[in-house]
Design a protein around this ligand. Sequence first.
Ligand SMILES: Cc1cc2nc3c(=O)[nH]c(=O)nc-3n(C[C@H](O)[C@H](O)[C@H](O)COP(=O)(O)O)c2cc1C
Length: 282
Amino acid sequence: MHTFLDRVKILDNFYQASAFFPMPVVLVSTVAESGQINLGPYSLCFPHVVTGSGRHGMMLIVRSESNTSVNIQRTGLCAINFIPDTKKFMKNCVMLGYPGETTEEKMKNSIFSLQPTDLESPAGQYRPDLVREAFQVFECTWDDSFPLTDTDGSVEYHFLLRIDRVLIAPKWKACLEKGRGFPKMPVNFGFRDNNQFWFASHSRPYRVPIPAGKGTTLLAVQYACTHYDPDIVWQEDACRKIVQVPKIFLKTVIAGVVKEARSAGITEITPEFMDRVRAKRR
Ligand SMILES: Cc1cc2nc3c(=O)[nH]c(=O)nc-3n(C[C@H](O)[C@H](O)[C@H](O)COP(=O)(O)O)c2cc1C
């Protein structure tokens, strides 16, 4: 049917066996039954719930019998540590990714250092340590209302991990706020040719401006609103109310609205609140 594409058989692990698919590399820290911290390298770890009343979540796809899977099921907790791209770290990730080893066996070979978290844990639980070499960490709680699997006897489990806290190294936090600058993140192309993983380093990211007049102003306004004050949530329709504000005044307008919200003890800005602020100003 296609003259320019060949059909490929869809095998298990199709993303690496039947296709080219770029993936992140994270070390998931969990607490083993002995109390020791376990680090498991994972790439099938993606944003899964990205909007909506603080229930943001990641999807982690894990072999059902792995240490990580067993520990999350027992404790409900994990931390997703994003590892910077150096060959030394990727080599150690591959070492920690050898299936079937116990926590005690594998952690003897870990070159990563661990630091306890200061985030409160549920009663009777100990939150997993953070990897000090990580440039970013998501501390998560498993949402067990999401089915682990939809297939009997499945060897893969799907963990919906609600994000309790995002931590970023100060240097990269500043870049995030400026909207510019990226840490060196590895790209994993998976386990290929049966005996090795393939990783790539990314080159300097380049910019592609959004074309003017493509209805993108709302995106820009949403970006400015949500980055102004992390404690204040903006509903999309509230942002829509200020899309016509010229760019040079946008920050002042946002600051004014946030100030009003804070003095009224409001943490979520609705279109109705925007109308009230506007009426007051008039
Ligand atoms: C870079 C890398 C990425 C990996 N990604 C996954 C993954 O997304 N899902 C998975 O089940 N196994 C993945 N593996 C294999 C696991 O790391 C392996 O099963 C390991 O034994 C898990 O450790 P744990 O038992 O301590 O959790 C990956 C391995 C490497 C080296």
